[in-house]
Design a protein around this ligand. Structure first.
Ligand SMILES: CC(C)(COP(=O)(O)OP(=O)(O)OC[C@H]1O[C@@H](n2cnc3c(N)ncnc32)[C@H](O)[C@@H]1OP(=O)(O)O)[C@@H](O)C(=O)NCCC(=O)NCCS
Length: 378
C-alpha cells in the first residue's frame, strides 16, 4: 500500500470510530505540542489491529499518536505479545480485559498522560470513587469519609495516583467526539470547584472580647513591634523583620489568594490589634487544617490567643468541615504548648532535632484535635 493510501485508510478508520468533527486551530496546536506524527510502520500496525489508531488527526490530515505509542509493545516483550500482556491486567475478568483492549486499539484513551493498562484501571477506579464521593458529599459536604474518597480520587494519596496527575486537558474536538465535557472537566475541575475549593465565611469572626478579621495595610504598624524583636520571633520560623518587611508581609496577607491560607488579624473590640491567627487548609480532600497564632508583646497573659484559637477551631470544624486540626511548634515554646493543652489538643508527635531553625537543629511537637473530640469538649 502506498503511503497516501495507507494514510487515507487509517483516516477512514479514525472517522468511523470518532465521527467527523472539526479540529480548531487551538486543538491542532494542543495536539502538536503533546503528540507526535505516527510513523508509516505504526500506520500499518494500526490497520492490522495491532497498535492503537491515532489519538487525533490534525486539520491537515496528519495522524498523531502519543510519544510513547510503541512503548507498551516494548514492555510486553514485542508486538506479538502486546494483546496477552495487556488483557492480563484484568485477570479474573477477561471480558473487561477484552473490552479495554478494543477501547485501547480505538486510540480513544486520549485523556491519559500514560496510555498503559495500569493507568486505564486506575482511571476507572478513581472515577468510580469520585462518583461515589460526589453522591455522598451532595448529601453532606462535611462527610469525612467522602472527603477522603474525593481527595484520593482527584489528588491521589501516597502510593495512589489521582486523576489530576493522570488526565490530560484534552480539546474541543474531544467534547464533540465524546459528546460532553472532557474527563478532566468532569472528574477534576467540577468536583474541585464544588467540594475542594474553600468558601470564605462572613468576616469578621467575633468572640466575647475579640474581632478576627482579614488584614488591612494599616495593621503593619501594630505588627512591626513584635516582628522587630529577636526575642519574640526566636521560636517562630520567620526571622526578625524591619518595618518595610513587615509592611510587605501584611500586604501579602491582605491578598486572599486561593483561600487555603487564612491569615487573620486579631483585635480587641476597641480596634487594638493584639495578635494574629492563621488556619491553613490542607490534606486529603482538604479535610485537615494547621492552626497558628501569635500574641503581640504586651498583650500576652490575657487569654487572647486561647479565645482567638477557639474561634478558629470552630471555623475549621463547623464552617470548613475539617476532620482534624493540627498545630506544629518548636518544642522549646512552652507557652504555645500550654495553649495547645488549654485548647484540648493532644500531643501526637514529639520529634527530636528534626528541623533546622536559626542556626540549630530544633525539636518540635505536633498537637492535634479531631472534630469529634472538639465537639465533645465544645
Ligand atoms: C504562644 C503565645 C501566642 C501564647 O500567648 P499566651 O499569652 O501565653 O496565651 P493566651 O493569650 O491564651 O493567654 C494565656 C495566659 O493568660 C491567662 N489568662 C488570663 N485571662 C484569661 C482568659 N480569660 N482566658 C484564658 N487565659 C487567660 C492564662 O492563665 C495564661 O497565663 P499563664 O500562662 O500565665 O497561666 C505567645 O507566647 C506568643 O505569641 N509568642 C511569640 C510568638 C509565638 O511563639 N507564636 C507561636 C508559634 S507556634
Amino acid at each position: 500500500m502506498g503511503d497516501d493510501t495507507l494514510r487515507q485508510s487509517v483516516h477512514d478508520r479514525f472517522v468511523a470510530v470518532n465521527g467527523d468533527h472539526p479540529m480548531t486551530a487551538e486543538d491542532d496546536a494542543y495536539v502538536r505540542a503533546h503528540f507526535v506524527p505516527a510513523s508509516v510502520e505504526a500506520l500499518e500496525l494500526m490497520l492490522a489491529d495491532r497498535l492503537p489508531l491515532p489519538s487525533y488527526v490534525l486539520g491537515d490530515g496528519t495522524p498523531m499518536v502519543p510519544a510513547d505509542h510503541g512503548r507498551p509493545a516494548e514492555i510486553a516483550g514485542g508486538i506479538d505479545r502486546l494483546h496477552d500482556w495487556f488483557v492480563a491486567f484484568w485477570e479474573g475478568d477477561p471480558e473487561t480485559g477484552e473490552q479495554e483492549w478494543v477501547a485501547y486499539l480505538s486510540g480513544q484513551y486520549v485523556c491519559l498522560r500514560e496510555v498503559l493498562p495500569m493507568r486505564i484501571k486506575h482511571k476507572a477506579e478513581r472515577i468510580a470513587e469520585a462518583a461515589a464521593a460526589v453522591d455522598l458529599l451532595r448529601r453532606d459536604p462535611h462527610d469525612p469519609v467522602a472527603r477522603g474518597m474525593l481527595g484520593e480520587a482527584v489528588d491521589g494519596v501516597l502510593g495512589v495516583p489521582g486523576l489530576d496527575s493522570m488526565l490530560r486537558p484534552m480539546t474541543a474536538y474531544d467534547r464533540l467526539r465524546f459528546g460532553g465535557p472532557t474527563s478532566r472537566e468532569q472528574w477534576v475541575d467540577a468536583p474541585r470547584a464544588e467540594f475542594l475549593t474553600p468558601t470564605p465565611p462572613t468576616w469578621p469572626l467575633r468572640t466575647e472580647r475579640l474581632v478576627l478579621r482579614p488584614y488591612e495595610p494599616a495593621d503593619a504598624d501594630a505588627f512591626a513591634v513584635g516582628w522587630a524583636s529577636e526575642e519574640w520571633t526566636s521560636l517562630l520560623l520567620s526571622r526578625p523583620m524591619n518595618r518595610a518587611e513587615v509592611g510587605e508581609m501584611v500586604r501579602r496577607r491582605t491578598e486572599l489568594g486561593d483561600g487555603l491560607f487564612i491569615s487573620l488579624a486579631v483585635a480587641t473590640q476597641d480596634g487594638t490589634v493584639v495578635g494574629d491567627s492563621m488556619l491553613h487548609l490542607q490534606g486529603t480532600g482538604l479535610s485537615e487544617g494547621e492552626i497558628g497564632w501569635t500574641v503581640l508583646p504586651g498583650f500576652g497573659g490575657h487569654g487572647y490567643a486561647t479565645e482567638a484559637a477557639r474561634a478558629v477551631l470552630r471555623l475549621g470544624f463547623e464552617h470548613f468541615g475539617l476532620r482534624r486540626i493540627v498545630a506544629n511548634l518548636d518544642a522549646r515554646n512552652d507557652r504555645s504548648a500550654a495553649l495547645c493543652e488549654r485548647l484540648g489538643m493532644r500531643r501526637e508527635v514529639d520529634r527530636v532535632a528534626d528541623f533546622w531553625s536559626k542556626g540549630t537543629w530544633t525539636s518540635s511537637y505536633e498537637y492535634a484535635l479531631l472534630r469529634e473530640e472538639w465537639a465533645a469538649g465544645a
